[in-house]
Write a protein that binds this ligand. Structure first.
Ligand code: 44T
Length: 851
């Protein structure tokens, strides 16, 4: 072994030489001076280059210059970001990380840029690294929690906790392997569970592929931890890119997969299986191959599926997909034109449309009413490649469904049975006790159309762009066909169209109806998110804003008149001046228009999309709001920073409306920063809405929340060791909950957890200890929370209300606490930036459960 001390010490020698080099020293010190000068002059680009030079030439300045270097980097990359120089931005970060590879602040900030650009896997990697370097770094923690939801979707926990599903798959795989299918490919392996089942059943060769990088890495960890790293080959790729012999040495005899979503085909199973049959699987055991050994033929688990559908009435679905009100606040919205959610199977598909959404029908707030019996919409054999290939060219199938109950047609719901093999199947039906949701095809075009028990509903089933599409096209009533698609919309059911033998009078009606709808062409609808639709349908929300604004305006008027009357006033108060109102709601909002309709008000809206601006303009016109009283702020302003600036030099805002809670149930990021900025821009007596937010919560026992947040040990996963790996992606706060239908036991009354005063930042605190008395015994697993949003002292809206567009969130305790009735539970509630965290402990128990 060479003598280490004899080796030339390059580092030290160079450094000594550097110190001795006067020209270099001169360059370093003048560059450092220039860097500081440029920083002072806000010339961040030049400052950054000087810093790079200094720190590369003289690394001993790293500690000294770290803070200013970071500051320069962040300022310069902000500038690069704003002008779209993305490559340069990332080059700067890479140079910065070469100098400071273990700087958690730089890593976290680079992660934020990556996340914004849509590189979620890479972003997660950076947040994870930053967190490892400094586990108590709240920014990185918050960011990691944010991406964890994207990277490892919450349904992975549900599926892995579903022992019944895991067991059935295992049995089917075991049977197939034991019958001779000894080479296996698991398509979309996730954590690797089905591949491990195949290996455990004795398969000679097991391959698995996974397209998500995070899931692929997880699968590798899991397989190693279960002692199978040498025996399962995992590939980070989409199955469609796999080739024999490049990726796997030869074709396999069994493909196992659960790449199915609530609508069956949404994860691309049809395309994957067509490709697998052509390139990855041995020929099927039929025709001339009938007598071949199972090891010489190919098959798929699941073997096939049956899709079921049912028509239903549900107010909850209705209010998220179509307009149900004609007045909002003080406005008539009849002139809005057609507004609809982006979920539609419309014959003229738009890229931004999805054919279905998903719901767990058993947890639908307000329940649902079935209007037909379940019907079979489709049967598909995954072992028949011709059938798979023929699916998209299959003729549209028309199904006539007898209506069984009277009700408004709001949606078609879809679920399926997955036939694993001839004996065993899994169902995703609404009655089953499974983790599955159902696919929902909302009906847009039948405003108020009531189906009656003697009717028959005509449903079309098709398969276009590899999606299963269901569309209710018509109702057969008393031998007449009433078309439900918009182009032939009759508005009410009073004018039936005869079928099969045409009647000229009704044909005329139909033609007329077409003409009417042509005036308001269907193509010209405006698309709103489901939550925006629900907001629009929320009368209480708008009425509250309407009253709070009216109250404020009259107070300001009185104030102004008093000022005018006081001759000694130095202010020149002119009460005929317009009041200025700014609405900075995210997405579509009518609040600016509601403010402007109050008369003497000029309102600024932050609605960005042209179509949505047109709707607002149309509504302004129809509600007699002068055109110049409604302006679109973002048409003038590019950056978000500028958004809260006042409209003109001489006039301050009378009211600024902030959107403070996200639909998912969390406080919006940077809310408090926006509020303090907004406060500075208010005229004397002006308000920001809301003035205050009160966070409420309660103690609950909910197994469902536990199952959705972490894999509960090894038992549900068939004894495989998966939990510790996937549970790294557990997040402490659950979002998008519906507390009204969540299966849970209340262990306390609701309590006030926290108050956020948006009008007075000095009144705010960041930590609060709240004591809650348990009203019954149980396992405290979660603390759901929601908000009372106070527009002023008296007027408030609750995010828990029945017609709210908001969902709720909950802190889930990873270590549940056993509580007895009467126990005093101490909750330490913290607010960091806009993230709430809660830890709980029971009085007199020394244990503390940190979240
Ligand atoms: N959601 C279920 C869908 N993949 C399950 O990357 C049920 C949703 C669900 N990999 C609530 C409840 C439930 N090649 O990791 C994923 C995905 C991967 C592929 C390689 C391919 N061709 C594909 C296609 C997909 O497969 C994994 C599973 S997809 C299963 C989707 C609990 N909400």
């Amino acid at each position: 072994m060479p003598n280490a001390s004899a080796r030339p010490k390059h580092g030290r020698r160079t450094r000594r030489r550097r110190r001795e080099d006067p020209a270099r020293n001169e360059l370093v010190s003048s560059s450092l001076e220039s860097a500081q000068q440029c920083l002072f002059n806000q010339d961040y680009g030049t400052a950054f280059v000087h810093y790079l030079l200094v720190l590369n030439l003289a690394p001993m300045f790293k500690d000294f210059a770290r803070e200013s270097f970071r500051f320069t980097l962040f300022k310069w990359t902000e500038e690069l970001d704003s002008v779209g120089r993305i490559q340069d931005l990332f080059d700067c970060y890479e140079q910065a990380l070469e100098l400071f590879p273990a700087d958690e602040v730089i890593l976290n900030s680079m992660g934020e840029h990556l996340f914004r650009m849509g590189f979620r896997d890479e972003a997660a990697g950076h947040f994870h690294k930053a967190l490892k370097l400094r586990p108590d770094y709240p920014e990185a923690r918050e960011n990691f929690y944010r991406v964890a939801n994207w990277l490892v979707e919450r349904w992975h926990f549900l599926m892995l906790n579903d022992h019944g599903r895991n067991r059935k798959y295992q049995q089917a795989i075991q049977k197939a392997v034991q019958s001779g299918c000894n080479t296996v490919l698991d398509i979309g392996t996730g954590t690797g569970i089905l591949g491990m089942c195949a290996k455990k059943a004795g398969a000679a060769e097991v391959y698995a592929c996974e397209l998500s990088k995070t899931m692929y890495e997880l699968a590798c960890e899991v397989v190693t931890a279960n002692g199978m790293d040498g025996s399962i080959k995992i590939l980070h790729m989409k199955s469609l890119e796999m080739e024999v012999p490049k990726d796997i040495p030869h074709k396999v005899s069994l493909v196992v997969t659960e790449t199915v979503d609530a609508g069956l085909f949404g994860e691309g199973i049809i395309e994957s299986l067509i490709h697998a049959w052509h390139h990855l699987l041995l020929p099927p055991q039929r025709g001339e191959n009938e007598f071949l050994e199972p090891s010489a033929t190919g098959r798929v688990i699941p073997a096939g599926a049956t899709v079921f559908g049912m028509a239903l009435e549900s107010l909850e679905i209705r209010r998220h997909h179509r307009l149900c009100v004609s007045e909002v606040g003080s406005l008539s919205i009849a002139a809005a034109g057609e507004l609809r959610s982006p979920v539609s199977c419309s014959p003229e598909p738009d890229d931004s449309m999805e054919p279905y959404t998903t719901e767990r029908l058993s947890r639908l707030p307000g329940g649902y009413k079935p209007l037909t019996e379940p019907f079979t919409a489709l049967n598909i054999d995954f072992n028949n490649v011709q059938e798979l290939e023929g699916l998209s060219s299959r003729e549209v199938q028309q199904i006539r469904l007898p209506v069984t109950q009277e009700g408004e047609l709001d949606a078609l719901a879809v679920w399926f049975q997955l036939h694993l093999d001839e004996e065993s199947s899994l169902s995703t039906g609404p009655q089953e006790d499974t983790c599955w949701e159902q696919a929902i095809y909302p009906v847009h075009s039948t405003n108020g159309f009531v189906l009656k028990p003697q009717d028959e509903l005509l449903v079309e089933v098709s398969c276009r762009d590899a999606f299963l599409r269901l569309c209710s096209v018509a109702v057969l009533r008393d031998g007449h066909e009433i078309r439900l698609d918009k182009r032939l919309d009759l508005k009410d059911s009073g004018n039936p169209i005869p079928n099969p033998d045409p009647n000229p009078e009704a044909e005329l009606c139909s033609a007329l109806a077409c003409l009417q709808t042509d005036q308001n062409p269907t193509k010209d609808f405006c698309m709103l998110e489901c939550s925006e639709m629900a907001l629009l349908n929320n009368k209480d929300y708008h009425l509250s804003f309407c009253s709070a604004l009216t109250k404020l305006f009259s107070q300001l008027k009185v104030k102004c008149q008093n000022k005018e009357r006081r001759s000694d006033s130095t202010d020149s108060a002119d009460c005929s001046d317009l009041l200025y109102v700014l609405d900075v709601s995210e997405g579509f909002s009518l609040l600016s228009l509601i403010a402007a309709s109050n008369g003497h008000v000029k309102a600024y809206s932050s609605v960005e999309k042209t179509k949505q601006q047109e709707v607002l303009k149309r509504l302004a016109r129809s509600n007699n709001v002068p055109e110049q009283h409604l302006e679109f702020w973002l048409n003038h302003m590019e950056d978000e920073q500028g958004m809260l600036k006042r409209p003109s030099r001489e006039k301050l805002w009378s009211a600024i409306m902030l959107d403070c809670v996200e639909t998912c149930g969390l406080i919006r990021q940077k809310l408090m920063e926006k509020a303090s900025l907004a406060r500075c821009l208010l005229e004397d007596g002006g308000c920001i809405f809301p003035a205050k937010i009160v966070v409420h919560g309660m103690l609950v026992e909910s197994d469902t929340l536990l199952l959705e947040s972490a894999v509960q040990g090894q038992e549900p996963t068939l004894g495989f060791n998966i939990a510790p790996f996937i549970n790294q992606f557990t997040v402490p706060v659950h979002v998008f909950l519906d507390l009204s239908t969540l299966e849970c036991r209340h262990l306390s009354d609701s309590v006030e957890l926290f108050v956020l005063d948006l009008m007075d930042s000095t009144a705010n605190y960041t930590n609060r200890e709240v004591t809650v008395q348990a009203t019954s015994a149980g396992r405290l697993t979660a603390i759901p929370f929601w908000y009372h949003i106070y527009l002023d002292e008296e007027i408030s809206v609750s995010t828990l209300s029945q017609n709210s567009h908001w969902k709720q969130a909950a802190v889930v305790l990873q270590q549940p606490l056993e509580v007895r009735a009467g126990d005093r539970v101490h909750l330490a509630v913290k607010l960091h930036k806009s993230a709430i965290s809660i830890s709980a402990h029971i009085e007199n128990t020394p244990r503390q459960m940190e979240q």
